[in-house]
Design a protein around this ligand. Sequence first.
Ligand SMILES: NC(=O)c1ccc[n+]([C@@H]2O[C@H](COP(=O)([O-])OP(=O)(O)OC[C@H]3O[C@@H](n4cnc5c(N)ncnc54)[C@H](OP(=O)(O)O)[C@@H]3O)[C@@H](O)[C@H]2O)c1
Length: 303
Amino acid sequence: MSPIRANALLNNPSAAEPLWHLLGVGSLGTLAANRVLAAGFSLRVISRHTNVQRTLYWPDGRHWQATLTLAADEPIQRLIIAVKAGDTVAALTPLLPRLDPHCHILRLQNGMGSLDSIDLPSQARRFHLLTTDGAWRKGNQVQVVAENRTLIGDGLSQPPSWLAPLAAHWPGLQWCEDIDRAQRQKLALNAVINPLTALYGCRNGALLDGGPREAAMQELAAEVDILFARLDTDWPMDTLARSRQIAVDTAANTSSMLADIQTGRVTEIDYINGYLLRLAAGQGMALPAHQRCYDRVRKIEQS
Ligand SMILES: NC(=O)c1ccc[n+]([C@@H]2O[C@H](COP(=O)([O-])OP(=O)(O)OC[C@H]3O[C@@H](n4cnc5c(N)ncnc54)[C@H](OP(=O)(O)O)[C@@H]3O)[C@@H](O)[C@H]2O)c1
């Protein structure tokens, strides 16, 4: 290595990083693009469009405007996936020949299981990001609603070298050793709150009605706990209490599933309640309350 390059690496660790790629330049993808670029990494975006301009607006009045560079057909070593879970197979399959055998894949999505049917390189590291950030997009404009906490992990104890420089520019980004447990905990909440808000057409807080909505929460939460307790002997059996707390803390929020239903989009229920149903079937279990919600949401989607 030349002395100049060695000095550059010492002064700027991100200079050692390969190119990053982003698949899905929507609400969360645009926020991720801003943070990756702020960390000093080079970024290419994979889009269905020939020109990707975005303006991000923060609640405090700041904004950021960028024309993002489109990927060519270069190899992919770092890939953030920020398409909706149901679009993953179609979006990722054409990229498989370009994935480096040791690539790092960062899944920035709700739900679980979107990569299950995809044949990724066996030595690829798969990171899962669980975020409570919020953003929405209209055309090329993305409004940040909240920057909270994002857990990241891949089940290994050692974070990758790019985490520290990225976390310096990604508010609330934290390494999580037990990302599997964290994913299940988030999935459990989503599987209770999302379908019920979508079916009742209500905001999160309106689930706490002291009547049928709360009874439905109780039923869904109990089924999740029975399933996850079978897979995880330390499962805390607290899905109902945590769901109630989320309904209080985010009372005025519209869940993503309700928003998808209201805008006529396909929901991510296949990767939330649908994932639970597949997992339960593998254990020889039925989850009748989740099955009912799943069927009803699918029916609304198709109508
Ligand atoms: N938004 C939030 O506040 C939030 C919060 C927590 C978690 N999440 C999760 O984050 C994930 C992304 O959500 P989002 O709200 O950012 O979705 P989004 O705004 O709908 O963005 C998805 C992007 O994926 C792109 N896309 C779809 N198929 C593609 C393909 N084949 N090739 C290239 N690009 C493709 C879409 O491109 P087009 O522009 O061409 O349609 C769109 O820009 C979801 O799993 C969501 O549940 C979102």
